[in-house]
Structures are given as structure tokens and as C-alpha cells.
Design a protein around this ligand. Structure first.
Ligand code: F6R
Length: 606
């Protein structure tokens, strides 16, 4: 939820720390702050401001001291409102220790009461500040060893956290810790980094180290020491980051979201590469699918919508029952799960707390876990038996687009795999789907070539108060996804419905002029006829119909044509115009497209 970066090395720290924050701002933008270590023993230099990073940058004049190590934070507020006081870093009473945090410290109230009794004075309402004071005391009792102090403090904390701390007595040293929240080490030449994700340092180094649960990283410009909470030194697990800095830049597009929409053909092609006719042994070697009698997909938000499409494909091709569960609901209702359950968490970030916890619950009860994830080395894949990585590349815009498309593709690949392993998929059908999958990138490209008129059409509905989305079969989850995109970007009431459900209540929402987006099933199918009737029902009550269809449709007021494909794969094509509608509506309404209000990209708190 929050973005965290630390730099120590040959450069002046302000530049890489600010650059890291710019790249991490998608994780939260309620406030931003920086602390720099200047001279040993002197107070730290610190500046922080409520609002976006730009607010902080505006006040950073020439007075920023020359320092070679520092930490920076961009916040998504949980405990305490988005004010200057609650912005990170938080200091100890002497102003010599600074701490930044992502996550939630669940026992902060008792810690704070205890610390106040010991004379600590608090300046904010955050859960984080308790840790700064606690660490300060612990450091004194560990004779100034910040890493030893961090280990002791972590044992006292409940909740989830990534923590980074610096102390002015040792200006070149940064100590980090993580539990249920991401932290990676960037390995440089005469410089090292700690950050929430690799985008923060990708223009400096492509070498990174994974940190495991409850591990402490102690870095200087020339050294990296990783330990567990007992102080035992652990081996480094270094990997090479496969994308470069330009992937994390806007590349001439007005917004990251637009760039990511246009990157979808490539993201789909990359995800399909070498996998259409069978999943690589590398992907499947960790998992035995014998005797599986149920598939449970757990995910949140957009990833959940991808899971719903997955259910249609897996049930049909692999002839196995599939439940799709909102991760936040699943984990708390103690569902029946055993070793015959295949649990499929879907997550772009691989760090979504609810999905992670749902997965851990199922694992504890014996489930086998086959994850779908976009982020190498993140927690969900690391704790899974097998992982099918989507190759969407970095997704910076808060609203998910290319990650969703690649999650759909991963669902098809998984459904085909299960169908093959279980011997349930008809050979002819399989060959047909494989051929259609291979054509998807080009067909998405075709859809993208027609978006300009759609953008103009969208602006006509700029002042609508509500927009409804109707779909059947895989068009239903697509309708849910279209409505979710519109809500998060245009701040407009939007709902997705299954076409057949309309007359059971939602049709009462239709009024003169209500825009209704109809996602049409394939031309000539039984469901296309059913949907045509649903369209007549809403039209008769005044709705304006924008149809997404693979054929002409006389009842549509506006038609967006998409290419024909297999009925299950049509979700990949139909969602593109909906992404464009949400994007354009946000632009037309003057909203912040890449950083919509109240949201953050990676939801690492419950
Ligand atoms: C919506 C969106 C969110 C995420 C959800 C899960 O555009 O991006 O709904 O899909 O927060 O995130 P991941 O996939 O990282 O687990």
C-alpha cells in the first residue's frame, strides 16, 4: 500500500530516493517524505508533506544537505489521516532515528501506552511511530547496533510490515525488515537499495535479492547482510530483473493506463509464448494434480473477475467443479478444504494480503496451490507449489488492464492443462482453442485500432450519473470488470449484471437515457438471442444501448465491433472497449487516471 525506498552509496541520496518514490507512487499518494543522514551524530534531515509527491518536491529547495544515504516513503493512509504529521518518516525523540513503514502494526495501542509511560512523546496518530520509539530504545540497549535492535523489535510486533530505519550515528547504514509485506534489495556497484519493489531502482541495477518472511537486511554502500530474527546470517538468493527502466516509464503516452492498454497485445503474446500446446515442465513440476476433485480460485477485485472467466473454461474443458471466492470472504468463513482441493490464487502483485491469507488457510488444510501471478519473487508465488507467471511486465497505473488480460490468458492455459491432464477435453476442440489463442494478440490489436470513435462516444455520456453493464456467459464477468473500471476511474455509479438477472430487480434502475453497455455473446449462439431480448427489455424502458459485438446489431444505438473468436476467449476482446470507456470517462471528468482517489495499487493490508 505504501511505497518504500532506501539508498546508500556513491551518489547524493536525494536523487535516487526521489526517483524511487516517483516510481512507487502508484502504491499510495496520501503523503510523501524523506529522511537523510548527514553527519555522524547530528540530527537527521527530514522533510514530509501531505498529498502527492509533487507537494514534497515543491518545497525541496537548495537547502537539502549533501548526503549519501537516506530513506523515502509514499503513503496510503490507514492509521491517522493524510496530514503532514502523519506522513512518514517518523522520528525518535532525539531526531536521530528515522523509520518508514508499510503495513499495519496491530498491537500499536499497547506499545504506545507503554512507551508514553517511559516518557516518549508522540507527534502523530500513526501505528508506525510506536515502532520508531521502540527501535530507539532497543538500539540503546544493543549498544548502538541498529540491526540487532530491529530484530528485537520485530519479535514484539504483531501485524504486517516492511520497515526501513536509519540512525544518524551511522550515516551509511540502512536496516530493513519484512513480515507479510514486500521488500527487495537492489544490488549495485558501490551502492545498494532497499525498496517495496524493483521498479524503484531498475534504472540503477537489474540485480535483486529476495527477502523471506521475518528477515532483516542490513546494508551499506558495499555490504549486504541478511539475517533471520535470531541473528543467523542467511544466504543471498540473487536474481536478474528481466525488464528494463523504459517499461516503468510513460513512453510518450499521456497516462500509464493508456500505455498499458496499448501494451496488451504484447503482454498476451508474452504470456502465451511457448505455452499454447502445453505448460512447461518448469511450471508444473512442483504440483501433482492426481485425485483433485475441486478447484477453488481466490482473488480480489479485477483478479477475481478473471477468476470468474476461469471458472467457465475450467469447468467446461476440465470437467471439474470450480468455486471462485473473494479472498477476503473465503479466509474467514472456514470453508471445507482438503488435499483434493486445487487452490488457485490469482494476483498481479503477489502481495495482496487477503489473497495471501486465503491461500495460507487452504494450504494449512492440505490444499495444493497453483498460483497465477505477475510479480516474480513475490510472496504468493514463493509460498505456492507451482506458479504460472503472467508476463504483463510492470503495471504502474492503479487500475489494472494488461494484468487482467494476461490473467484471462493464464486461466485458459490452466483450463487446457487440466483438460489435458484429466483427459476431458475433446481433441478437436483443443486444437481449435489453441489456434484461437495464438490469434488473440492480433485481434486485440485490431480492437485497439478502433478506439478513437469510442473515445468520442464516451465523452457524450460524461454527465451521466450511472452506467450499467450487461453480459451473459463470460460476458458477465466482463460486465463486472467494466463496471469496476468505471467506478474506480470515473467515480461514477456503475454495475454489472448477468443479462438473465435483469428482470429480477436491476431493471428498476433503467430510466430515460440510462447508458447500458451490452456485451454480446458470439453471433448466432443461443445466448446471443437471449441477450438480444434483454436489450429489448431495457430499450423499452428508455436505455441507450452501446453494444460490444462481433456482428451488426439492429437494436444497438451505438455499436463497437470486435473480431470473432471462440466464445470463451471473447472476454479478452470485449473488455478492451470497456477499459477505454473507463479511461476516457476519467479524462473527460478531470480525474486522476493513474492514481484514482482513495486507491492504491498493492493492497497489503486487510
Ligand atoms: C482494479 C484493481 C484491483 C486489483 C486487486 C487485486 O483495477 O487493480 O481490483 O485487481 O486489488 O490485486 P492483485 O492482483 O495485485 O492481487
Amino acid at each position: 500500500m505504501c511505497g518504500i525506498v532506501g539508498y546508500t552509496g556513491k551518489e547524493l541520496a536525494l536523487t535516487p530516493v526521489l526517483e524511487g518514490l516517483r516510481r512507487l507512487e502508484y502504491r499510495g499518494y496520501d503523503s510523501a517524505g524523506i529522511a537523510l543522514a548527514v553527519n555522524a551524530g547530528e540530527k537527521l534531515w527530514i522533510e514530509k508533506r501531505a498529498g502527492k509527491l509533487g507537494n514534497l518536491e515543491e518545497i525541496l529547495g537548495d537547502s537539502v544537505p549533501k548526503s549519501h544515504s537516506g530513506i523515502g516513503h509514499t503513503r496510503w493512509a490507514t492509521h491517522g489521516g493524510p496530514t503532514d504529521e502523519n506522513a512518514h518518516p517518523h522520528l525518535d525523540n532525539e531526531g536521530k532515528l528515522a523509520l518508514i513503514h508499510n503495513g499495519i502494526i496491530e498491537n500499536y495501542i499497547e506499545l504506545r501506552a507503554e512507551l508514553e509511560k517511559r516518557g516518549h512523546v508522540f507527534k502523530s496518530e500513526t501505528d508506525t511511530e510506536s515502532v520508531a520509539h521502540l527501535l530507539s530504545d532497543a538500539r540503546k540497549s544493543h549498544k548502538g547496533d541498529l540491526a540487532a535492535a530491529m530484530r528485537e523489535v520485530c519479535k514484539q510486533l504483531r501485524g504486517s510490515f516492511t520497515l526501513l530505519a536509519i540512525h544518524s550515528d551511522e550515516p551509511g547504514r540502512i536496516v530493513g525488515a519484512r513480515r507479510n509485506s514486500p521488500l527487495v534489495v537492489g544490488v549495485g556497484d558501490g551502492e545498494n537499495f532497499l525498496a517495496s519493489d524493483v521498479s524503484a531502482f531498475i534504472s540503477h541495477t537489474k540485480r535483486a535479492l529476495e527477502l523471506g518472511q521475518d528477515e532483516i537486511a542490513d546494508i551499506t554502500a558495499d555490504s549486504i547482510v541478511i539475517t533471520d530474527l535470531s541473528g543467523k546470517v542467511l544466504p543471498h538468493n540473487e536474481y536478474e530483473i528481466s525488464w528494463d527502466a523504459s517499461a516503468a516509464e510513460r513512453g510518450g503516452y499521456e497516462h500509464f493506463m493508456l500505455k498499458e492498454i496499448f501494451e496488451q497485445p504484447k503482454a498476451i503474446a508474452d504470456t502465451l509464448l511457448g505455452r499454447i500446446t502445453g505448460l512447461d515442465g518448469e511450471v508444473t513440476k512442483g504440483i501433482n494434480l492426481d485425485g483433485i476433485d475441486k478447484v477453488v480460485i481466490v482473488a480480489c477485485g479485477t483478479a477475481y473477475n478473471a477468476g470468474l472467466v476461469g471458472k467457465y473454461a475450467i469447468e467446461k474443458w476440465a470437467n471439474i467443479s470450480v468455486d471462485v471466492e473473494l479472498a477476503s470472504e473465503y479466509r474467514y468463513r472456514e470453508p471445507a478444504v482438503d488435499s483434493k482441493t486445487l487452490l488457485v490464487p490469482i494476483s498481479q502483485s503477489g502481495e495482496t494480503m487477503d489473497t495471501l491469507m486465503a491461500m495460507r488457510y487452504a494450504k494449512e488444510h492440505g490444499a495444493r496451490v497453483f498460483a497465477v501471478c505477475n510479480t516474480n519473487g513475490s510472496t504468493i508465488p514463493r509460498e505456492s507449489d507451482a506458479v504460472l507467471y503472467t508476463h504483463a511486465g510492470p503495471e504502474i497505473a492503479v487500475a489494472s488492464t494488461k494484468a487482467f488480460e494476461t490473467q484471462l490468458v493464464a486461466m485458459y492455459l490452466l483450463a487446457l492443462h487440466l483438460g489435458r491432464v484429466r483427459g476431458t477435453i475433446d481433441k478437436k476442440l483443443m486444437v481449435q482453442i489453441e489456434a484461437e489463442l495464438a490469434e488473440l494478440p492480433a485481434k486485440v490489436e485490431q480492437v485497439l485500432e478502433t478506439v478513437e470513435p469510442l473515445r468520442a462516444l464516451t465523452r457524450k455520456f460524461k454527465d451521466s450519473t450511472s452506467m450499467l453493464f450487461l453480459g451473459r456467459h463470460v460476458g458477465f464477468p466482463v460486465a463486472l470488470e467494466g463496471a469496476l473500471k468505471l467506478k474506480e476511474l470515473a467515480y461514477m455509479h456503475a454495475e454489472g449484471f448477468a443479462g438473465g438477472e435483469l428482470k429480477h430487480g436491476p431493471i428498476a434502475l433503467i430510466d430515460e437515457g440510462t447508458p447500458v453497455i451490452a456485451i454480446m455473446p458470439a453471433e448466432g449462439s443461443l445466448l446471443a438471442e437471449k441477450m438480444a431480448s434483454n436489450i429489448q427489455e431495457v430499450k423499452a424502458r428508455g436505455a441507450v444501448i452501446i453494444a460490444i459485438a462481433d456482428a451488426p446489431l439492429a437494436s444497438a444505438d451505438h455499436l463497437v465491433r470486435i473480431p470473432k473468436t471462440h466464445e470463451f476467449l471473447a472476454a479478452v476482446l470485449a473488455v478492451v472497449p470497456l477499459q477505454v470507456i473507463a479511461y476516457e470517462m476519467a479524462v473527460a471528468r478531470g480525474n486522476d487516471v493513474d492514481q484514482p482517489r482513495n486507491l492504491a495499487k498493492s493492497v497489503t493490508v486487510e
